[in-house]
Design a protein around this ligand. Structure first.
Ligand SMILES: [Ca+2]
Ligand SMILES: [Ca+2]
Ligand SMILES: [Ca+2]
Length: 138
C-alpha cells in the first residue's frame, strides 16, 4: 500500500530541516554505497547522487544559495512499511522497526507514519508481524 507524504529536497534525514547533518549523512551514504532516495538527494538534478549534491546543500546552508530546489517541499508516494525509504519492504525495515519499539532508535515523523503499517495509530509489534507476513508472502 502506498501513501503520499511531503518531503523537502535535500532533507536527507527527513527531519524537515536542511542542516549540516544532512550533508554529513549524504557523505556517509556516498562512502558506504547505501541506498538513498534520488528524489530527495539529487539536489542538482543531474541524475547522479554525488559529492556535488553535498556541496550544493552546504552552499544552501552557508551561502543561502537557492539555485536549485533545495528546501522546496515535494509530495512523493512512499510504501507503507518502507521505513528506511529504499523503495522496498524488507527485513531491514523490520530491524529498524524492532529497534524503534525497543527504544534503541528514534524515528523521524515520516518514519513514524510509514512504520504504522496497519494504520491503527500505534507503532507496535502488530506492525512488525504484518510486515513480516508481507515479506514471507512475497
Ligand atoms: Ca534534515
Ligand atoms: Ca525498505
Ligand atoms: Ca500500527
Amino acid at each position: 500500500m502506498s501513501i503520499t507524504l511531503i518531503y523537502v529536497v535535500g532533507d536527507i534525514n527527513y527531519d524537515g530541516y536542511i542542516t549540516m547533518e544532512d550533508v554529513e549523512l549524504l557523505m556517509q551514504y556516498l562512502a558506504t554505497g547505501n541506498y538513498i532516495d534520488k528524489r530527495i538527494a539529487d539536489v542538482n538534478n543531474d541524475e547522479l547522487i554525488d559529492v556535488a549534491d553535498a556541496i550544493q546543500i552546504s552552499r544552501f546552508i552557508n551561502c543561502n544559495d537557492t539555485n536549485y530546489n533545495i528546501g522546496k517541499e515535494i509530495t512523493l508516494d512512499s510504501l507503507l512499511g518502507d521505513i528506511n525509504s529504499d523503495g522496498k519492504i524488507s527485513v531491514n525495515d523490520v530491524t529498524e522497526l524492532q529497534m524503534y519499539i525497543s527504544q534503541s532508535k528514534d524515528f523521524s515523523d515520516e518514519q513514524k507514519i510509514l512504520a504504522d503499517y496497519n494504520q491503527d495509530g500505534i507503532i507496535d509489534v502488530l506492525d512488525v508481524t504484518d510486515i513480516q507476513q508481507l515479506i514471507a508472502n512475497s
